[in-house]
Design a binder for this molecule. Structure first.
Ligand code: ATP
Ligand code: FE
Length: 360
């Protein structure tokens, strides 16, 4: 199988061609970093236009790099949610056009499932069931993956995701936002004293596996407003102190989630950590400690597969295709008023109902 994957759910336009053997034949990402700098965040209309401008080029480049033509493809996979509907639509339109004109089946992919499953491309030994911590700009999820398409949600954020907290901290510190805030904070934090400011760990009194980053964000903003941050050292202290507590919250939740998950599936051996924030080396090192303490193994894809990419979409498409889950080729010429199947809000799996009683 050779599958083309297309991803446009947020601010990156990405495409890739992947073989079912796990060979990545191409990987192309066009990011909207310049727009992020200008508008200080993702503005849906701007993002949609940016996707529209580059989507044809990105897909063509992915096919060229892979040295395949549309006729060599087995199927087209595309992210249909969750994400910004204006943006998702651009990718889905392109996928349907490509699939339609070459009579290829199409596979609608869940963006967060793709963040998790790409770990199975990286680590071929990774079997179900496994646990996953998915940490990105819009999501903070702890899941138990029991099988393909079978997920139990052990925890989620009740407000912001950790990536959002990294991005805002970077913005308030006035860091270079030409890339996203996460890498800027990670780099600056290395020079700071992580114990210098005592931010409190979120949700200490809640004995569940949910997350909250809104309160920490506020603590950081107040600290920045009340301090002189002219010199690099004081900015580094804030970055390091923020990062330490942001990650302590992850560690604490993971520790508990592992106990919950082992009760449901005692054979679990792996914790996958993926999503943009998983490209952070400090995050990886700290979570590796937690995982080792529980005699489990950490599986963390390389940074280019942690942040948004087309490979994870193509791979997730392959996994579903192999199980016979795909849609037949769309009509070659689509009517103008075609309604696309987009799922801007799309939970990944069922909430772990026993979680509430566990938390008592
Ligand atoms: P979602 O997956 O929730 O829809 P998204 O697709 O926008 O969100 P990803 O590309 O998966 O996000 O992740 C982007 C986020 O990852 C941003 O918030 C960014 O700051 C963060 N990030 C990227 N690299 C790092 C890093 N080295 N350290 C911390 N955070 C990082
Ligand atoms: Fe993402």
């Amino acid at each position: 199988l050779v599958v083309l994957g297309i991803e446009t759910s947020c601010d990156d336009t990405a495409a890739a061609v992947v073989r079912s053997s796990g060979d990545i034949l191409s990987q192309v990402v066009s990011s909207q970093a310049d727009l992020l700098v200008r508008y200080g965040g993702v503005a849906p209309k701007m993002a949609e236009e940016a996707h529209s401008q580059v989507i044809d080029q990105v897909v063509q480049e992915a096919l060229n790099q892979a040295n395949v033509s549309e006729t060599d493809l087995s199927a087209v996979a595309v992210t249909i949610g969750p994400g910004l509907s204006l943006c998702l639509r651009v990718g889905v339109q392109k996928a349907r056009k490509t699939a339609g004109s070459f009579n290829l089946p199409i596979i609608g992919v869940h963006h967060m499932e793709a963040h998790a499953l790409v770990a199975r491309l990286v680590e071929r030994e990774l079997q179900f069931p496994f646990m996953a911590l998915l940490i990105s700009g819009g999501h903070n999820l702890l899941i138990l993956a029991q099988g393909l398409g079978q997920y139990i949600q052990l925890g989620t954020s009740i407000d912001d995701a950790i990536g959002e907290a990294y991005d805002k901290t970077a913005k308030w510190l006035g860091l270079d936002m030409r890339r996203s805030g996460g890498p800027a904070i990670e780099e600056l934090a290395q020079e700071g004293d992580a114990e210098s400011i005592k931010f409190s760990i979120p949700m200490k009194q809640h004995k569940d596996c949910n997350f909250s980053y809104a309160g920490l964000k506020t603590q950081v903003r107040l600290a920045i407003e009340s301090k002189n941050i002219q010199d690099r050292r004081s900015r580094a202290d804030i970055a390091a102190s923020f990062q330490r507590v942001a990650v302590l919250h992850l560690e604490e939740r993971c520790q508990r989630a592992i106990q919950w998950a082992l009760k449901i599936e005692p054979s679990i051996k792996h914790l996958v950590v993926s999503g943009g924030v998983a490209s952070n080396q400090y995050v990886r090192a700290r979570l590796d400690q937690v995982v080792k303490k529980n005699s489990l193994q950490l599986v963390c894809p390389p940074p280019s597969l942690c942040t948004d990419n087309g490979v994870m979409v193509a791979w997730t498409g392959i996994e579903h295709f192999r199980m016979g889950r795909f849609d037949p080729p769309p009509p070659a010429v689509e009517s103008e008023d075609f309604v696309y199947d987009l799922r801007p809000r799309w939970p990944l799996g069922e909430e772990y109902a026993e979680g509430r009683s566990e938390a008592r």
